[in-house]
Ligand binder design. Sequence first.
Ligand SMILES: Nc1ncnc2c1ncn2[C@@H]1O[C@H](COP(=O)(O)OP(=O)(O)O)[C@@H](O)[C@H]1O
Ligand SMILES: [Mg+2]
Length: 245
Amino acid sequence: MEKVIEIQHLNKAFGSHEVLKDINFSVNKGEVVCIIGSSGSGKSTLLRCVNLLEKPSGGQIIYHGEDILDDKHDVYEYRKNLGMVFQHFNLFNNHNVLNNCVVGQIKVLKRSKQDAEKVAMKYLTLVGMERFVNAKPKQLSGGQKQRVAIARALSMEPDVMLFDEPTSALDPEMVGEVLKVMKDLAQSGLTMLIVTHEMEFAREVSDRVVFMDKGVIAEEGPPEQIFNNPTEERTREFLKRTLKA
Ligand SMILES: Nc1ncnc2c1ncn2[C@@H]1O[C@H](COP(=O)(O)OP(=O)(O)O)[C@@H](O)[C@H]1O
Ligand SMILES: [Mg+2]
C-alpha cells in the first residue's frame, strides 16, 4: 500500500508543555483515518503539525517518501498538496461563494480566472452549493458555509484533505448535510485525515481510527476494534463518556 503521509516520532512542545509525544502513524493512499479523543489531547496540534501551521519540535513528517522537515523542502510547495477544513469555516467574508473557491486557485496554482471558475463550479456542485455562487458567507447557514469551505479546499485539488472537527461549530440540524458530503468524498477514494467527535460517522467511514489521549496515540485500529473491542482501558473510558453524552 502506498503511504501518502507517514509521521515518525513527532513531538511538539509549547514552552515546557509537551503537547505531542512520540506520535507515529501513517495514512495510505485512498484511506480515511479518523482521529478521536478528549478535548486538549492534541488532535488539532497534530493536524496543524501535519500541514506545518505549527513547527514540530522533533520527529519526521514523510510525504510520499520524503522528509518534508529537512531544510531542502519548500513548505509552500508541500502545503499545496493538502486541503484543510476548519471548525470555524474561515471563509473570506468579503468575497462571494464563487470567489471564495477561486482566489486560491488563481493566486497559488496560477490558474486563469476562467479555469478556476470552472473547477470551483464543479466542486460547488459536488457539495450542493452551486445555486449560491453569488451569496456572501454571512447570508449562509453554518452547514452551507462549511460545504463551501469544503468546496474551496477541493478546488485546489489536493492530494490529502485534513478536517479539524468540521461539524462541531454547527447547530445539530446542520451536522448531517456536512457529514453526508464527507461520506461521499470518503467513498470517492479521496485520502482523508479527519479529527471528529462524531463517533457514528467515524465508525462508519474510517478505514482506521486513531485514539489520542494526553498527547499520545493510546490506541489505533480498524473501527470495529476501537468501537467494539478496544484493548486499552482509556479507550473504553473515553467511549463510555462520549457515547453516553
Ligand atoms: N499555540 C499554543 N500555545 C500554547 N499551548 C497550546 C497552543 N495550541 C495548543 N496548545 C495546548 O496544547 C494542548 C492540546 O491542544 P489541542 O491540540 O488544541 O487539543 P484538541 O484539538 O485535542 O482539543 C492543550 O493543552 C492546549 O492548551
Ligand atoms: Mg481541537
